[in-house]
Design a protein around this ligand. Structure first.
Ligand code: ZN
Length: 248
């Protein structure tokens, strides 16, 4: 079993807890998560109960219950705002990212008192550029439609990047397409919103060729050995003492 991945960046804050769980492991019983539909919808957790009642793909915590997302190859993104001590969880595949789910979440946090420079985010295990082949027609169409002005940020290569850390075979090319770097797209999007590069951490764990066997939806579509969701969650700790949130 692949161990839980903790972001060193988020682990540096003593007012929150978080984890990127391996495939098949359940989050805490009180974790809140949405009915994810690759939308751009972000909701406060208070509007997302009971669990899986809201069709949305990002959650901002209002209390201390964990907010979670479940993913296979999509990006699980956990965000902390050190200014207001807000936390958020985002599920972003390519569709959701292009629709603006991450942008909407970062902007909502800023509307609620964060500043781009007070935002820290960790992008957990997801399919890497080593294994994520897309048709060139999709890239061409996206570049033409240019959703949210994202066309210049699309990271892809006609050549499949070798992954020196692969634990099993990388995905075999099937469509003569391009190899797309979804985690890097999210990083570029956050940087465009003003989040400092040093405050964006990538796990660099590819669900297809590096994570536990059941982590990848795409790999299962190639080998049919089954897959299970991976949950990622973040929670704010109960305020103690004077409760003063003074960190800038
Ligand atoms: Zn890979």
């Amino acid at each position: 079993m692949t161990p839980v991945w903790h972001s060193p960046l988020l682990s540096s804050f003593d007012w929150l807890d978080h984890a990127f769980l391996p495939a098949g492991e359940r989050p805490q019983a009180n974790a809140i998560y949405n009915l994810q539909r690759h939308t751009a919808v972000v909701v406060p957790d208070s509007d997302a109960l009971p669990v899986k009642s809201r069709e949305a793909d990002a959650l901002i915590a209002t209390g201390t219950r964990p907010v979670a997302v479940y993913t296979a190859d999509c990006l699980p993104i956990l965000i902390a705002d050190t200014r207001q001590r807000q936390v958020a969880a985002v599920h972003a595949g390519l569709n959701g990212a292009l629709k603006g789910v991450l942008i909407n979440t970062l902007r909502r946090l800023c509307e609620q008192g964060a500043r781009p420079e007070s935002l820290f985010m960790a992008i957990g295990p997801a399919i890497g550029p080593c294994c994520y082949e897309l048709g060139e027609d999709l890239i061409a169409r996206t570049a033409k439609e240019n959703p949210h002005g994202l066309a210049p940020l699309l990271p892809f290569s006609p050549l499949q990047p070798a992954n020196p850390h692969a634990r099993r075979a990388q995905a075999a090319g099937t469509t003569q397409g391009v190899w797309f770097d979804l985690p890097l797209l999210a990083k570029r999007m956050a940087m465009r919103e003003g989040v400092p590069e040093a405050q964006i951490e990538l796990s660099q764990i590819c669900t297809y060729c590096m994570a536990e066997e059941q982590a990848s939806y795409r790999r299962n579509s190639h080998f049919h050995h089954g897959y299970e969701q991976r949950f990622s969650w973040i929670s704010r700790r109960q305020a103690s003492g004077n409760g003063g949130f003074s960190e800038a």
